[in-house]
Design a protein around this ligand. Structure first.
Ligand SMILES: Nc1ncnc2c1ncn2[C@@H]1O[C@H](COP(=O)(O)OP(=O)(O)OP(=O)(O)O)[C@@H](O)[C@H]1O
Length: 310
């Protein structure tokens, strides 16, 4: 869907993206992560031509992005940023409707879509559709920004730290919404973040950038279990490595089916990290597990969390 071939970008004498080759497949959730100044935002913005690349090729649906008019490209690619960029003199509804309007959607279709999107990002449509951005909290504005980016059912969604300024509870809820939206729509998503836990939770692929180059690209599991360099291992955080490994596996993958235990159960779909937290807080060595239907499915033991690890 999006292909970078030996892409470079320089400002004066400093090369901020160097020889970057990356193929992002349709439906992929690709997360760009790296230290400050490593070129994440530049890479993202080159996709919708907010920044022009100097060398190499960037292909969208097989065609060099320079062959598209920037406006046409941006209508096919939703864009959500941390600083939101809502139009202050437009209501929430008008902001979300901006691209559908340009595309000539009917008023009824736009209205229904705004209602649907506000629901999706957890805002009550009746309360919020007529409000102006200055009458929303920062987190609510960010939700509207995400709704606006999704409005015209874009083929590609580009997101630059869209949950950056949110409190942990709201961020957690919006991350869960993004996973749901991604699973339901199959939209290709490219997201920039500083937060390794967010990258691991959301990304089907994580691309770690270092000084404008790819330090490693792979699934969360590949990156955590086989860091390609000391830089990557340090960046993931050696001290956090164990907890992050626990966050990519579910209780269902490690439990002992058919066993029984007493106590409040944990869902088989929960992460092992969640299980560890419960085990520690309850000072227990095992937890009963329930399946998707809520029926007892087995037991997870504390020892199961470490079995088979290096
Ligand atoms: N218009 C510009 N002129 C000169 N240098 C620039 C310009 N835009 C970005 N840079 C430089 O390019 C490098 C990469 O910037 P970029 O914003 O892509 O990094 P980033 O990884 O997104 O960083 P952060 O996490 O801090 O947002 C930085 O060193 C930055 O100072």
């Amino acid at each position: 869907m999006i292909q970078f071939e030996h892409v470079g970008k320089r400002y004066g004498t400093s090369e901020v993206v160097s020889d970057l080759s990356l193929s992002i497949k349709a439906g992929e959730f690709c997360v760009l992560i790296g230290p400050s100044g490593s070129g994440k935002t530049t890479t993202l913005r080159m996709i919708n031509r907010l920044i022009e690349h100097d060398s190499g090729r960037i292909l969208f649906d097989g065609a060099e992005i320079r062959s598209f008019a920037p406006e046409a490209l941006r209508r096919r690619m939703g864009y959500a940023i941390q600083s939101i960029g809502l139009f202050p003199h437009w209501t929430v509804e008008e902001n979300i409707a901006a691209v559908p309007k340009l595309l000539g959607w009917s008023k009824a279709k736009i209205r229904d879509r705004v209602t649907e999107l506000l629901g999706l990002v957890g805002l009550d449509a009746t309360t919020y559709r007529g409000r102006y951005p200055q009458h929303l909290s920062g987190g609510q504005q960010q939700r509207v920004g995400v709704a606006r980016a999704l409005a015209a059912e874009p083929q590609v969604l580009l997101m630059d730290e869209p949950f950056g300024a949110l409190d942990p509870v709201t961020r957690d809820a919006l991350q869960a919404e993004m996973l749901r939206v991604h699973a339901a729509s199959g939209t290709t998503i490219v997201l920039v973040t500083h937060d390794m836990d967010e990258a691991i939770r959301l990304g089907s692929r994580i691309v770690i950038l270092d000084q404008g180059r790819i330090a490693q690209a792979g699934s969360p599991r590949e990156i955590l279990t086989r860091p390609a360099s000391d830089f990557v291992a340090d960046f993931i955080g050696r001290d956090e490595m164990g907890l992050r490994l626990l966050s990519i596996e579910t209780v269902g993958e490690r439990m002992r089916p058919g066993e029984e235990a007493a106590g409040e159960p944990i869902a088989a779909s929960a992460t092992l990290r969640h299980a560890l937290s419960l085990l520690v807080s309850r000072a227990a060595d095992r937890l009963p597990v329930t399946g998707a239907d809520g029926a007892p499915a087995g037991v997870i033991h504390l020892a199961d969390l470490t079995v088979g690890r290096p």
